[in-house]
Design a protein around this ligand. Sequence first.
Ligand code: DOR
Ligand code: ZN
Length: 346
Amino acid sequence: MTDAPNRLTIRRPDDWHVHLRDGAVLAGVAKHTAHQFARAIVMPNLSPPVTTVEAAAAYRNRIVAAAGPGFTPLMTAYLTDTIAADEIARGFAEGVFTAAKLYPAHATTGSAHGVTDVANIRPVLERMEKIGMPLLIHGEVTDAHVDIFDREAVFIERTLSGLVRDLPGLKVVFEHITTADAVAFVESAGPNVAATITPQHLHINRNAMFTGGIRPHMYCLPVAKREVHRLALRKAATSGSAKFFLGTDSAPHAVGAKEAACGCAGIFNAPYALESYLAVFEEEGAIDKFEGFASEHGPRFYGLPLNEGTVTLERSGTQVPDMIDANGTPIVPFHAGEELVWRYLG
Ligand code: DOR
Ligand code: ZN
């Protein structure tokens, strides 16, 4: 890593958690991810969800066509109560599925077909453990009696700790962690457990959703928590620990779907993701830890090669627009209207 005061060059990074959608919006958003990242783990919560090898292969082709050359989408299978272990294993063996995603049913956008009880997919998980296929987890309970700000911590207690104990050989990525509880869990677990951290959970706490009124563009799931949790996430991300790596959870929704009586969850951060993360690392005095988080810890956990090539950022500022036109769909990006300190040069 060359670390001149006003310029930073790092190995080309990857995004280990992104929503690229489909159709016209895919063409409008995939190019932003491909501009900054060599590879991305693509979430399968389309409508209908990506539950077969054929559907994932076809979706991968559409992404490649939309993103252009030089970008590799890494596909995921959407786990349902009834999905067959053979289908998951076949997709992994054929190099179509890189991982499988566990959405507890009704936890978030596009999770209606998710898993109602992890006991239902036990044979699938055992098979994944055996073949070394990573399980990516949206870690929130869906019990309406549990306070929404506690759903991640309760998921650790009720589901995740037992799963990790019973299947110690299973590679688990605890996705988009939002709490000090999750940080502590991941740190105390064995080497098969890691976590992604989004830029928004490093920048905002739950107050951001209510500054002077309701702020739908600050709403995502899991929802941002108290400041103490944000600080724990910043410490984990910038610690240099190989258990934590970059996953934007960029989740675009049309402005009208966010600014509504029942606004969708999701923050579109793909266009300025690296600038956003790097601001945090600089504020924490940890620019030297950025390359590991962005470009090394993820591929090592997944058992994939590190990227060749580099990207460079310079401290000359980026003005984030109020709105981005995603091939005809207007979307408000994370940091809309703000000036970020760093500029991505490519
Ligand atoms: O905020 C979110 N948006 N969280 C998720 O888990 C799903 C995502 C989406 O697909 O919009
Ligand atoms: Zn997501």
